[in-house]
Design a protein around this ligand. Structure first.
Ligand SMILES: C[S@@+](CC[C@H](N)C(=O)[O-])C[C@H]1O[C@@H](n2cnc3c(N)ncnc32)[C@H](O)[C@@H]1O
Length: 243
């Protein structure tokens, strides 16, 4: 899940401050396929739950996209808020959660969260805005909106390990190296939990389509040439911090 490189949004304009996310902005259906393939054995979800238990609490999903993860939080959270800067995705997230009374989806960004101070217990941001250096304005917003005793969990690629990690480093060599990302988070009091979550697809066509929205074309072609099957070994980091 690689939301960063160039690419223009679709017809609707995202809010100012949105990080270009061509994978989900331009290939929304394929991104849904990707989300279905992520974490097939639930290792990432159980890690998140152990780091930031949300039963009965207020959860904020920052950069919620089409709201794919909102129902999972809603199953036992007291209240769930999704925040998303892209109007088309925001509309899809609202539609997905329309029957869930305790879920709301708001237009906003991580740098300007449309919530009052000390109003959230758990913040979840998955492949959204918080990529290390440059996300300081969003971190300041976390300080404002998270209640004392609350927790934030940020999910991002681990470029230092796994098959996908190697593809990612090859595809985006200009991004900060894993050691620099680690330094960014650890010097600010965040803890790294490495997770081997994996991808598992229903078909080879799905796997190939997703690889092609996540990597530059030449890197994707080369990766697919050397990789058989329906699964990819994919490591992420969960960065967490208590407030
Ligand atoms: C790769 S997608 C991930 C979506 C969702 N978290 C998921 O896992 O399905 C990145 C999302 O972050 C959103 N985004 C981009 N810039 C943002 C910002 N400054 N604040 C909050 N969200 C942002 C994008 O519009 C996009 O929906």
């Amino acid at each position: 899940m690689t939301p960063r490189p160039t690419g223009s949004p679709g017809r609707a304009r995202p809010l100012r401050g949105a990080v270009p996310s061509p994978n989900i902005w331009k290939h929304t259906a394929t991104y849904e396929t990707e989300n279905r393939a992520v974490d097939p054995d639930g290792v990432l979800w159980s890690t998140l739950r152990s780091l930031a238990p949300w039963t009965g609490r207020t959860v904020l999903d920052l950069g919620c996209g089409t709201g794919f993860h909102l129902p999972a939080f809603a199953a036992d959270a007291g209240r769930v808020v999704g925040v998303e800067p892209h109007p088309d995705l925001l509309a899809l997230a609202r539609r997905r959660t329309a029957r869930l009374d305790h879920v709301s989806v708001l237009a906003g960004t991580a740098q300007a969260v449309p919530l009052p101070p000390s109003s959230v217990d758990v913040v979840h941001a998955r492949w959204a805005y918080f990529f290390g250096p440059g996300c300081e304005p969003g971190l300041a917003e976390l300080d404002r909106v998270v209640r004392p005793g609350g927790t934030a969990v940020v999910v991002d690629n681990d470029g230092s390990r796994s098959t996908f990690g190697a593809w990612f480093r090859r595809g985006y060599p200009h991004l900060p190296a894993p050691a620099e990302v680690e330094r960014f988070w650890s010097t600010r009091g965040w803890t790294r939990t490495p997770v081997d979550m994996g991808w598992r697809f229903a078909s080879r066509a799905d796997l190939e389509a997703v690889v092609r929205i996540e990597l530059p074309p030449a890197v994707a072609t080369e990766a697919l040439r050397h990789h058989d099957g329906l699964e990819v070994d994919y490591a992420v980091n969960v960065w967490s911090r208590s407030f």
